[in-house]
Design a protein around this ligand. Structure first.
Ligand SMILES: Nc1ncnc2c1ncn2[C@@H]1O[C@H](COP(=O)(O)OP(=O)(O)OP(=O)(O)O)[C@@H](O)[C@H]1O
Length: 565
């Protein structure tokens, strides 16, 4: 069983339709790994098709993995990625032992650093300064090795002593199609992420499409000699032995050698530390800059926060529609919550939440911070929120069972990502129909996740006061004792699911003329074996034998691109 670390379904490269030429090419590419045995250095680069229908895939196994495990990992990745990413042209998945990406763009030989992903070991190191020094030197050393002209595999692994009792083990790797300088620059950017991801941690990993690195205080790789042909790499390398001349060195000579080496090592460490921290500072400033918007730009984009552009008012502030340039649509949340959070903390939190990207999450594009103004800039999602469809007697008819089912699946996938698959576990705490936005194809996107972090609020207080404890989405232990966990989100998801199924608000549920409590009604009918009574009559009479509902009523046709009602 392979351990999956991350995956991204990338919407930026567009999507394909079922049975399209691109889909056929993609399937061909993904099924050809097993037949392609020429995989020196565990690297595959396979393409099928021409022009915009071309599917290009790259797969790379960790440099110490043998070819059998490598193929198993890649084939499993191909199957999983196709299941996880329904129809995006581009996607990437990473496991402990391999990564796989496909796209309709030409990617061979191109160094790419986005999307990146990192993880860390939760345990802290004891002597931070000594650890960092050893780590920086080791990473720089491995990075030089992997990107040097002699390294055809673009892979290097090794270890460094922190103290007599502690060793750091690390590996770095680029896809072998990169040139040496491209590999070196890719690895520098990955190394520059270490302080923000893994500072003071005993282990960490940074993954990007073209390069990755990992370190730990436990040896996690197989001992093997880098640059031996890939298929022979399962043999352990012989232990290192000192050159005979050194065994014979007299004590005095030994001391000289040690001092010389130490002085040189110290100089290297000093220089690499300076370069390392400069790099980190530069890359952090760059990332912040690209996320930060000027207030004047947003004011112009929203026509000075005009009422005409106001999309609604939520617990954290009003939301406005805006247009940047001639066509980029954004949604701007003008925060009113005065959390007392410092500017730096706010920026850091935005950086973290902006990295959470999934097709079923509303993308946080940036922020604005000027004087008392704090704005969050999101992608604009054109079809408003689920409640505005589901609880509207006319628009509800657009949501046939197929669409509702797709919405439920999407919400579940987005929530799973927040709970389990993202680098930062997020408990939403306020999952409800108005926080599910619908895009032009009625795909659901969860909004308002990470708000407790962005407003530095105590999650219990903020959410209870905003929900006022009565809206029925909260798990009992949360409503009564303020205890929240991913399980409380699952409870809210269950309530939302029932609402989608019956097409009525939990807080205003009626059976005929009688006002009832949706959860009690659902439970009673479930126990009595009459659960179908819950189903929205608009969906038709009964589910088919395989458990799918079908619509008996002819619904008004949806336009390709629904606009906001
Ligand atoms: N990214 C977006 N694109 C389009 N519309 C949005 C976007 N974000 C929010 N909206 C709209 O703005 C309105 C207010 O959203 P907001 O999330 O602030 O409030 P809410 O969900 O009603 O309340 P709460 O703060 O409790 O979550 C909603 O009607 C929503 O449809």
């Amino acid at each position: 069983q392979q351990q999956r670390f991350y995956y991204f379904c990338l919407e930026t490269s567009g999507s394909f339709t079922r049975s399209s030429t691109y889909e056929a090419n993609l399937n061909r590419v993904l099924s050809s790994f097993s037949s392609n045995t020429e995989n020196d250095y565990g690297f595959y680069n396979i393409s099928s098709g021409q022009g915009s229908d071309a599917a290009n895939a790259i797969a790379l196994c960790r440099g110490d993995v043998n070819s059998g495990d490598c193929l198993d990992c890649i084939n499993n990745a191909a199957t999983e990625l196709r299941n996880l990413c329904a129809n995006e042209n581009e996607a990437i998945i990473g496991y402990e032992k391999c990564l796989l990406r496909y796209t309709n763009r030409s990617i061979f030989g191109v160094a790419e650093t986005n999307p990146s992903f990192y993880m860390w070991n939760v345990n802290n190191v004891t002597d931070l300064d000594a650890f960092n020094q050893a780590l920086i030197a080791l990473m720089d050393n491995l990075s030089t090795k992997a990107s040097s002209g002699t390294s055809r595999s673009k892979f290097a692994m090794g270890s460094a002593e922190v103290a007599a009792s502690q060793t750091i083990y690390a590996l770095v790797q680029c896809t072998p199609d990169l040139t040496g300088p491209a590999c070196s620059s890719c690895l520098s950017q990955a190394i520059a992420l270490l302080p923000s991801c893994c500072n003071s941690k005993q282990g960490g990993m940074v993954f990007g499409p073209s390069c990755n690195l990992r370190f730990d205080i436990i040896r996690f790789y197989n001992l093997a000699t880098p640059d031996t042909p890939f298929r022979r790499r399962s043999t352990p390398a012989p232990p290192l032995s000192l050159p005979p001349s050194m065994h014979n060195t007299k004590k005095k000579g030994k001391w000289i050698i040690i001092i010389t080496v130490s002085a040189a090592a110290f100089a290297v460490l000093l220089i690499s530390s300076c370069i390392f921290f400069l790099r980190v500072k530069k890359s952090k400033a760059k990332a912040e800059k690209s996320l930060q918007y000027d207030f004047s730009t947003i004011r112009a984009a929203t026509d000075d926060f005009s009422d005409a552009n106001k999309l609604g008012q939520g617990g954290f502030g009003a939301v406005y529609k805006g247009t940047i340039g001639s066509e980029e649509l954004i949604a701007v949340k003008r925060l009113t919550t005065n959390s007392g959070q410092g500017d730096l903390e706010f920026k850091n939190e935005v950086q973290l939440v902006a990295k959470l990207q999934h097709k079923n999450l509303v993308r946080l594009q940036g922020f604005c911070l000027e004087g008392n103004e704090r704005l969050l800039i999101y992608e604009f999602v054109p079809n408003a929120s689920l409640d505005q469809f589901l609880f509207d007697p006319v628009r509800r008819a657009y949501l046939d069972w197929e669409r509702r089912h797709k919405i439920i699946r999407g919400i579940a996938q987005g929530l799973l990502y927040l709970h389990e698959d993202s680098r930062l576990q997020i408990i939403h705490c306020n999952l409800k129909a108005s926080n599910i936005l619908l895009d032009a194809e009625l795909n659901p996107k969860i909004s308002d996740f990470g708000m407790a972090r962005l407003c530095a609020l105590d999650q219990t207080q903020s959410v209870t006061s905003r929900i006022e404890g009565t809206n029925g989405y909260m798990a009992p232990e949360y409503a009564l004792h303020g205890q929240f966990s991913i399980k409380s989100d699952v409870f809210s998801f269950g309530v939302l699911l029932l609402e989608i199924l019956c097409g009525q608000k939990n807080s205003a549920f009626c059976v005929g003329e009688n006002v009832e409590d949706l959860l009690s009604y659902a439970w009673r009918n479930w126990k009595d074996g009459t659960a179908l009574k819950l189903v929205d009559p608009i969906l038709g009479e009964a589910p088919r034998t395989e458990g799918k509902f079908s619509t008996t009523k002819k619904l008004p046709a949806l336009t390709n691109n629904l606009t906001r009602f």
